[in-house]
Each structure stands twice: as C-alpha cells, then as structure tokens.
Design a binder for this molecule. Structure first.
Ligand SMILES: [Zn+2]
Length: 112
C-alpha cells in the first residue's frame, strides 16, 4: 500500500519517504511498517532534497560517460545519476533535481 503510494508520487516527480508514526525512523526501502518498531508509516517529504555523495563511479556504457553515485539524504541512501558542473568527489553536497519512473518501470533519481 505504501509502496504503491510512493511509486505514484514518484511517477509525478514527487519524492516522498515513509516515516514511522511512532519513532520517526525512515522506512527505506519503502515498506508498510517501521523496520525498527513495526509501527505504521506515513509518507512525508524529506526535510531537504539536498544530500551528500557517499561514493560514485562513471559508466561508459551509454553514448557519453555518465556519473552514478550513492547519495544520502535525511538518513536514506539513493542510487542516482550525478550531473554536477564540477568533478564529483566524496562528501560533496548534491540536490535532487528530478526523480521519476523510467519507461521500463525503474525508479530514477537525478542530482546536481
Ligand atoms: Zn518505528
């Protein structure tokens, strides 16, 4: 149920995260019950769409090189593409500029 709501928001390019009603822990990846205390969760916007880059790599699989990284926002980690004008480095602050679901059904997150 929460996963379906999460995906519907993502389809509309809206990023929300399930947080526990009781202990306020993020339930990530999205699930109906808190991973810590099994209480119900509710979808909320994160405090910020800014996070920091934990690790990254460059893919040469596409027509032009593309940087992918693990970005931590508000206690959750996402794998996304990095479109920064400066060279990526661990610890740099990135902001989610777009998110959604691709034609093949895969969620995507774009940062710069
Ligand atoms: Zn909880």
């Amino acid at each position: 149920m929460i996963v379906e709501k999460f995906l519907n928001c993502l389809k509309d390019s809206k990023f929300v995260v399930p947080y526990c009603d009781r202990c306020n822990a993020p339930a990530w990846p999205p699930v109906d019950c808190c991973y810590t205390c099994m209480s119900k969760v509710k979808l909320k916007c994160t405090k910020s769409l800014k996070g920091h880059l934990i690790e990254y790599t460059t893919s040469y699989h596409l027509s032009k090189p593309l940087v992918f990284g693990i970005i931590e926002i508000d206690g959750i980690k996402l794998v996304g593409s990095v479109h920064s004008s400066v060279a990526p480095h661990v610890g740099m602050i990135l902001k989610m500029r777009n998110c959604g679901i691709s034609d093949n059904g895969t969620p995507y997150y774009e940062f710069d």
